[in-house]
Design a protein around this ligand. Sequence first.
Ligand code: ATR
Length: 274
Amino acid sequence: MNTNTNTQLCCIIGDPVEHSLSPVIHNAAYEAMHANFVYLAFRVTNIQPAIDGIKSLGIRGISVTVPHKVSVIKYMDALDPTAKAIGAVNTIVNNNGKLTGYNTDYSGALAALEEKTTLAGKRVVILGAGGTSRAIAFGLKKKGAQLTILNRTREKAAILAQEVLANYGDLSELTIIQNADILIHTTTTGLAPKQHETLVPKEYLRKDLVVFDIVYNPKETQLLKDAKEVGCKIIYGYKMLLYQAALQFELFTETKPPVSIMEKVLVENLKSKI
Ligand code: ATR
C-alpha cells in the first residue's frame, strides 16, 4: 500500500471492531481500483469526540457499527431519507466537514435478496426484531412485500410491526413459515461457536421457499444447510455484508466498486475465521 499526503482515510467505528472484515474488503477494493485511499478500524466507546476527530482530521468515509448506529444520528448535518425512516446510520460521508448519514444495510440486504427473487407481493417472514431486522423490514415494505415479524420478545416485534405495517408474533408461531415465500433470519442464533443451532424446524421448510440467513460466520449456517437439503433457494449472509460494503465504497470514492474482488477477499477471510 503506497500512501502520500493526498491519501484519503476511511474507517469503521464501533465496539468491538477487532473481528470486523470491513478493513480487508475495503482495502482490497482500493488496491484493485488504484484508489488513493486507506481504511482502518477504530474501537470507539464515546461517539462525540470521535465525530470531532472525523471532522478535524478530514476522515472521508466512516462505517458505523454496534453500538453507535442510532446514537450517531444526532451528529449528522444531513440524513438520507431511508436512514431517517429506519432510524439508523451505518455509513457517514464527510464532504468538507459536512457529515451525511446513510443506511447501506438496507440497500445491501435488498441487493442480496433481489439477486435471487422478486419482492413485490411476496409473503415474507422475518425472524428477529433488532437493528438488522429493522433495516430489512423497511426495505421489504418499500418493495411491496407482505411482512410477518416473529421475535423472541413479542413486544419488540409489535413495535417494529406497527412502524412497517406488518403482522407479528413470537417464536411459538413459526408454523407461519409453511405459508411463506421468503424466510429471513436476523437473530444471532447459529453464529459460531454455536453453529449447530437453528430456530427453524426443518419440517417447516419447502423447496419453493427462499431462505436468507444474515448470520455469515459460518458461511453456511445450520438453517442454510437444512434449507439446501430441502431444495430451497438460499442466500448467504455474507452477501448483505458484501453489498453494503460495495455501496459504501461507491459513496466514499465516487467510483464503481469492484464487487467480485470484494467478494473473493471476503469469502477467503470468512474461511480462515472458522
Ligand atoms: P442486530 O442489530 O444484529 O439485529 P440486536 O438489535 O441486538 O442485533 O437484535 C438481536 C435480535 O436477535 C433480537 O431480535 C433478539 O431477540 P429479543 O428481541 O427477544 O432480544 C434476537 N435474539 C438474540 N438471541 C436470541 C436467541 N437465543 N433466540 C432467539 N432470538 C434471539
